[in-house]
Design a protein around this ligand. Structure first.
Ligand SMILES: N[C@@H](CCC(=O)N[C@@H](CS)C(=O)NCC(=O)O)C(=O)O
Length: 236
């Protein structure tokens, strides 16, 4: 049986990490039995969350989880999609992961007010005397990753413009359909939904959250996924 190692629910979200949410949604979509456990970064095969164990086979990366479920359990997340539709779904998934994810990281880690009510809480479990040493190290590592990805080199307005264009594209792709590619969720919805829901999180004030809220079909997409996968979660 698969065990999914997660960051855990926080900020009114299914998980503090959109990639953990994506993995959890993929497993819910698969219908396979699975269990969840708190992640320990020191044990993460790739130093990131989520990571997984399937009867002793440990691996990391949410997309590799999808491949593992498809290969080992014969589940087709994209059943009924044409090759062109699958290509479109894949491109939207990777677009969300390259733009929305990093816009979330920027908004939560670099903006001081959001950091104080958000990621700073990840360190609450550390002994207080250690926090002044550990926090700056981790913040520097996140800023370095943002720079490596590219968003960390942009002005705020540039990040907002790039990501707003991505939100426009996702909104246009969904249109008046319930899901990205049609009447049922496909593999890409696990990721796009997790990213959109993370960006729309009411706990954080960001211009991009406001931009996303202007798209009525993105907020109803968020609500549709919550009702389907997390009916007990009150987003606050
Ligand atoms: N490609 C990975 C990305 C996972 C990822 O970036 N996870 C973040 C949390 S949302 C993380 O563990 N960051 C810690 C780090 O980069 O050191 C996946 O799809 O699982």
């Amino acid at each position: 049986m698969i065990t999914l190692y997660l960051a855990g629910p926080m900020f009114g979200l299914p998980d503090a990490s959109p990639f953990c949410t994506k993995a959890d949604v993929l497993l819910k979509m698969s219908g396979l039995p699975y269990s969840t456990a708190p992640a320990d970064f020191r044990k993460a095969p790739k130093g990131k969350v989520p990571y997984f164990d399937d009867d002793g086979y440990r691996f990391g990366d949410s997309t590799l989880l999808r491949f593992h479920i498809e290969d080992e359990y014969g589940i087709d997340f994209d059943k009924g999609l044409t090759a062109t539709e699958k290509a479109t779904a894949w491109a939207f998934e990777k677009l969300a992961e390259d733009h929305i994810y990093w816009a979330i990281v920027d908004a939560r880690w670099i903006d001081k007010a959001n950091f104080d009510k958000g990621p700073r809480r990840f360190f609450d479990g550390l002994p207080a005397p250690l926090r002044p040493f550990v926090l700056p190290i981790v913040k520097r590592a996140v800023a370095r990753d943002l720079r490596g990805q590219g968003f960390g080199r942009h002005a705020k307005e540039e990040i907002e413009r790039l990501t707003a264009r991505t939100l426009d594209a996702i909104s246009a792709r969904i249109g008046d359909k319930p899901w990205l590619m049609g009447s049922e969720p496909c593999s890409a919805d696990a990721s796009v939904w997790a990213m959109v829901t993370g960006l729309l999180c009411p706990h954080f004030e960001t211009p991009l959250r406001t931009a996303a809220e202007r798209h009525g079909n993105l907020t109803s997409y968020r609500d549709r996924g919550l009702a389907r996968w997390y009916p007990d979660l009150a987003l606050s």
